[in-house]
Ligand binder design. Structure first.
Ligand SMILES: *Cc1c(COP(=O)(O)O)cnc(C)c1O
Length: 359
């Protein structure tokens, strides 16, 4: 029996995708081997990677003047790759701090020797808010402005793309492919794959081509977007299974109707859960309307002493991984693309039943 897995990542994947992968695991495209066993330089895999890239370009509407690169090392690898590819030590960059992933990006950028000006910080609200459109811009002379469109831990999400005088760099790890996106507004988009794009360990990087060719000479080749793009992300053995699964997931997104349909589906899921939270005195949502993530719904029980019981009973009911991040406690339901509306409805039903018994 499949559970509804509310994990923040690695996250639930579409069952159709897992079934297809299982069905062709031992004999992929008539090779008599799994996709993990074929040569990454052989015709079949080169095609598979090219198709994954093409599908991503089509689904996200990525313009031709953007390169797509598949990097290993997850999103965290990109926290370093961004400053290495776009700055020299001592250069100025800007950052929007909306929570824990912003703070990590900040720390890693400083490690890479750039100066980071935090141009807006939502600290006062305890990182439960998003700055208003037009209320901030990159500091003068910044190489780029970095922001985190969806804070996976705090559960806040931008519902707009900031206007910005410097190239906009975005960590879209937990929201990519969840709704339509105007890629042309960005200088660089990067995202770890384990939320909406497959298994952990890989990052997809989408970079405007005029930003290539600027990497520091000491940048490791495997984090150098220019070298990676020149080599079609095959500078070394790429994560073949991850790239293959990304392709299957993109097929699934297209079958469901692409990002417009995905956005509608995700909006309905999120509204279902937030509407229920707002109607209850037993539960509450710390993030206010206007900043609420469609992907990571944080909520609290009025009686915190019931937290452990809630998680245990939910798990017994087949609703797993609902405990909030260890740093914040409470609950978090991550409802990425692969979570069906039925899963959210099952959670709401469980929650009202739990309230009836313990309220
Ligand atoms: C999950 C996540 C990361 C970290 O990804 P890794 O692949 O573990 O490095 C970074 N940023 C955001 C917003 C995330 O949700």
């Amino acid at each position: 029996m499949r559970v509804y897995n509310f994990s923040s990542g690695p996250a639930m994947m579409p069952v159709e995708v897992l079934e297809q992968a299982a069905a062709e695991l031992t004999d992929w495209r008539g090779s008599g081997m799994s996709v993990m066993e074929v040569s990454h330089r052989g015709h079949d895999f080169v095609e598979c990677e090219r198709e994954a890239e093409e599908k991503l370009r089509r689904v996200l509407g990525i313009p031709d003047d953007y390169a797509i690169v598949f990097c290993q090392g997850g999103a965290t690898g990109q926290f370093h790759a961004v400053p290495m590819n776009l700055t020299r030590p001592g250069d100025l960059t800007s950052l929007v701090n909306t929570g824990q992933w912003s703070a990590k990006a900040l720390r890693h950028a400083e490690q890479a020797g750039v100066r980071v000006e935090v141009v807006v910080d939502e600290k006062e609200s305890g990182y439960t808010t998003i700055p208003a459109p037009g209320s901030f811009d990159a500091a003068r002379g910044s190489a780029y402005l970095h922001y985190t469109p969806n804070e996976t831990i705090g559960g806040v999400e931008f519902d707009y793309v900031p206007e910005c005088g410097a190239p906009l760099v975005a960590d879209l790890s937990s929201t990519i492919l969840s709704r339509p996106l105007d890629v042309s507004r960005f200088g660089v988009i990067y995202a770890g794959t384990q939320k909406n794009m497959g298994p952990a360990g890989m990052a997809v990087v989408i970079v405007r081509r005029d930003l290539l060719g600027r990497a520091r000479p000491e940048t490791p080749d495997i984090l150098d977007w220019t070298r990676m793009a020149e080599q079609d992300s095959m500078l070394n053995t790429p994560p073949t299974f991850s790239i293959y699964l990304l392709g299957l997931i993109l097929d699934w997104v297209e079958r469901l109707g692409g990002l417009t349909a995905m956005g509608e589906r995700n909006r309905t899921k999120a509204e279902t859960l937030y509407t229920y939270l707002d109607s209850s005195d037993f539960y509450s949502a710390p993030v206010g309307p206007g900043a609420r993530s469609w992907m990571n719904v944080v909520f609290l029980l009025a009686d915190r002493s019931l937290d452990k019981t809630f998680v245990a009973e939910a798990t017994d009911a087949g609703l797993t991984n609902l405990a909030g991040h260890r740093s914040v406690g409470g609950m978090r339901a991550s409802i990425y693309n692969a979570m069906p509306l039925d899963g959210v409805q099952a959670l709401v039903d469980f929650m009202s039943e739990f309230e009836r018994r313990h309220g």
